[in-house]
Ligand binder design. Structure first.
Ligand SMILES: NC(=O)c1ccc[n+]([C@@H]2O[C@H](COP(=O)([O-])OP(=O)(O)OC[C@H]3O[C@@H](n4cnc5c(N)ncnc54)[C@H](OP(=O)(O)O)[C@@H]3O)[C@@H](O)[C@H]2O)c1
Length: 346
């Protein structure tokens, strides 16, 4: 049994990780840290965990973590993970970082999008990008994994078969809708109930922080020439879930049957990716609480554009479930361990 430390366990991804790990046969949560909630019993902050976790949040202490934990998940905001992950990795522990601090390989690009000077550039090269569906071998060999952003997970799963097969001709448009838990537990005006209920709001239109992440991984598949990404996220009045509609301009000479064959082949054997039958399209409720990504494909109109729709739960496949999937691979455990199963809603 591996003893797990969850750093930043009082946030939404942290508590989701604890929910998932409660059912994991080879990992148990040994230690949880918080910032403002140190000393608070976990189940007082999250009644859903009453009866499952008796402990209270602790302060971050590297020595204590090294002594009590075998592996660590960091659920801190960007800029904060950067301060603690390098020393955890140096201690020899396997670490999955859920923040954006190690997702972009270019420290200058990270600084320009996140406004933080990168102080652990040597680790940027070593960190595996934790989307197993496109990077499984690197994750399995890594000591540290940068868990993808929630939007990039749904977007990249939707576009990688087309990109890898050389079908993309021009700018891919990613139109995504996210539930409000994507912004974390902290209170802000933009995520306040009266602001979000009964309304849909685009944001980050001129450039969202997940754009360079999607673009850099996309370019690993298609190269630098020609193809680009336009990404527009929207906040929608639901708690969990991301629906992404991806418009892919196609090179000449492909019909639906051929492209469907390419997608079927690309996802064959993927435990969490489910290509829906022709004419069926993903809905967020059908993946809620699961690590599954549903994918629907279509070629409406003149057939020059492939439309791919993906649905994930931002807190599971878009964060904590994917983090466990990565840690399973890093620890040599079966990738699906503790994660298999359908969504909560029928
Ligand atoms: N929410 C999502 O859907 C999602 C998806 C993918 C990735 N992520 C990424 O995962 C990370 C965690 O997200 P989240 O949604 O769980 O955030 P959250 O709900 O805001 O939780 C953040 C956690 O970090 C702690 N924290 C905040 N400021 C801190 C500081 N200055 N020093 C030390 N600890 C601090 C908080 O402690 P206190 O509660 O005690 O203040 C809390 O435990 C972020 O980097 C986020 O971008 C989130």
């Amino acid at each position: 049994m591996l003893n797990v430390g969850v750093i930043g366990a009082s946030g939404y991804t942290g508590v989701e990780l604890m929910r998932i790990l409660w059912g994991h046969p080879e990992m148990r949560v040994e230690l949880t840290t918080a910032n403002q909630y140190v000393g608070e019993p976990v189940s007082r902050l999250y009644p859903s965990l009453a009866g499952f976790y008796q402990g209270a949040y602790e302060t971050f202490d590297l020595g204590v973590i090294i002594e009590r934990c075998d592996i660590v998940f960091s659920c801190l905001p960007h800029g904060e993970s950067l301060k603690v992950v390098p020393e955890l990795v140096d201690s020899g522990m396997k670490v999955v970082d859920l923040s954006a601090d190690f997702r972009l390989k270019d420290a200058g690009e990270y600084q320009s999008w996140y406004g933080v000077v990168h102080t652990a550039t040597e680790l940027l090269e070593k960190a595996a990008y934790g989307l197993p569906e496109i990077n499984r071998e690197a994750v399995a060999a890594a000591g540290m994994t940068a868990n993808p952003g929630c939007f990039p997970t749904g977007a990249l799963i939707g576009m990688f078969p087309a990109a890898a097969a050389g079908l993309v001709d021009g700018t891919v448009i990613v139109d995504s809708k996210s539930g409000v838990s994507g912004a974390g537990r902290k209170l802000t005006l933009a995520t306040h109930f009266p602001q979000t209920a009964d309304s849909i709001e685009p944001y980050g239109v001129m450039g969202h922080r997940h754009l360079p992440e999607i673009r850099s991984q996309f370019r690993r598949l298609v190269g630098d020439a020609g193809a680009d990404i336009l990404f527009i996220p929207h906040l929608v009045p639901m708690n969990r879930g991301i629906l992404s509609t991806i418009y892919i301009p196609l090179t000449e000479g492909h019909d639906y049957a051929k492209i469907r064959g390419i997608y079927e082949q690309a996802y064959e054997g993927e435990p969490f990716i489910h290509l829906l039958p022709s004419g069926s399209y993903p809905v967020t409720k059908a993946v809620q609480g699961s690590n599954n990504c549903h994918v629907g494909i279509a070629m409406p109109g003149c057939g020059k554009t492939l439309v791919v729709i993906t649905a994930i739960d931002n807190l599971v496949k878009g964060a904590s479930g994917e983090a466990v999937q990565n840690m399973n691979l890093m620890c040599g455990l079966p990738e699906e361990m503790g994660l298999a199963g359908p969504a909560l809603f029928p």
